[in-house]
Design a protein around this ligand. Structure first.
Ligand code: 13P
Length: 251
C-alpha cells in the first residue's frame, strides 16, 4: 500500500509572515484529510517558523533544494543536516527550474539525494521532459536518463527514502495539465524502470507524484490512475482554499 502524498511547492513566494499565515490557515482545513501525507515547501528563510507553526498538525515541511556537503567553506549553501535542524523532513531535489536556471544535472541530483538520505530525510526527486522532447518522442529516454543518473549507485534500501515526482516541464505553470492517460503512461514507465534497476518490491513501494498544473478540479482524475501516488503542486498550493481542496481529494 502506497500512502498518497500531496506536496505544495511554494517556490519563490511568500514572506515569513505570509508563509506562517498560510500554514495556520491550512491546519484546520486539512486536519480531516483522509489517508494522505501533507507536505509544504516554503523558501529557506521561512522553514523554521513554518515548521514551528505546523508542529501541532499533520503538515510536514520540505526544503526546495540543498547542498551535498554537511558544512564547510561553501558560501550561500544549506546542508540537509541544517534543513533537518530547521524542521524539515523532506527535500525537493532536481526540480526542472533548478535544472533550467541553476545548472542542476543528474550528477548533482545524485550527490544531493545521497546527502539527504544520509541526514535521515526523504528526497522528492523531480524528473520531466520539455515540450520539444515530448514532441520529438524523447519522453521515455529523457526520463530514463534522469532516473538512471539521479539514482545511480543507490542501494535498494535507499529507495524507501525517495519519492519520485514526474513533472512534465510543459505542464508547469502553464495551466496545461498532462492528461490522466499521459501521466499514467509515464508513471508506469518509471515504476517499471525502478523494477529493472532495483527490484519489483522496491518498484511496488516507491511513490510517484505527478506535478504540473494540478488543481482542485483535476486532482481526483489524476489520483484515480493506478501509478499516480500523489501530487506536487505549485500555483494552487499558494492559497489555503485550493491547496486544502487538493489535499482533501479523497474525502
Ligand atoms: P504548477 O502547479 O504551478 O504548474 O507547478 C508545478 C511545480 O513545479 C511543482 O513543483
Amino acid at each position: 500500500m502506497r500512502k498518497p502524498v500531496i506536496a505544495g511547492n511554494w517556490k519563490l513566494f511568500k514572506s515569513i509572515g505570509e508563509a506562517v499565515a498560510l500554514v495556520n490557515e491550512l491546519k484546520p482545513l486539512v486536519s480531516g484529510a483522509q489517508g494522505v501525507e501533507i507536505v509544504v515547501a516554503p523558501v529557506f528563510t521561512s522553514l523554521s517558523r513554518v515548521s514551528d507553526a505546523a508542529k501541532d498538525s499533520r503538515i510536514k515541511i520540505a526544503a526546495q533544494d540543498c547542498y551535498w556537503e554537511e558544512e564547510g567553506a561553501f558560501t550561500g549553501e544549506v546542508s540537509p543536516k541544517l534543513l533537518k535542524d530547521a524542521g524539515c523532513s523532506y527535500v525537493i531535489i532536481g526540480h526542472s527550474e533548478r535544472r533550467q536556471f541553476f545548472g542542476e544535472t543528474d550528477a548533482t541530483v545524485n550527490k544531493k539525494i545521497n546527502a539527504v538520505i544520509a541526514a535521515g530525510l526523504t528526497a522528492i526527486v523531480c524528473v520531466g521532459e520539455s515540450l520539444a522532447e515530448r514532441e520529438s518522442a524523447q519522453t521515455f529516454s529523457v526520463i530514463e536518463t534522469q532516473i538512471q543518473g539521479g539514482l545511480t549507485g543507490l542501494a535498494k534500501e535507499a529507495l524507501s527514502h525517495i519519492i519520485i515526482a514526474y513533472e512534465p516541464v510543459w505542464a508547469i505553470g502553464t495551466g496545461k495539465t498532462a492528461s490522466e492517460g499521459q501521466a499514467q503512461e509515464v508513471h508506469s514507465f518509471i515504476r517499471q524502470l525502478i523494477a529493472r534497476i532495483f527490484d519489483q518490491s522496491v518498484a511496488g513501494a516507491v511513490r510517484i507524484l505527478y506535478g504540473g498544473s494540478v488543481k482542485p478540479d483535476n486532482v481526483k482524475g489524476l489520483m484515480s490512475q493506478p501509478d499516480i501516488d500523489g501530487a506536487l503542486v505549485g500555483g494552487a498550493s499558494l492559497k489555503a482554499e485550493s491547496f486544502s481542496a487538493i489535499v482533501c481529494f479523497n474525502n
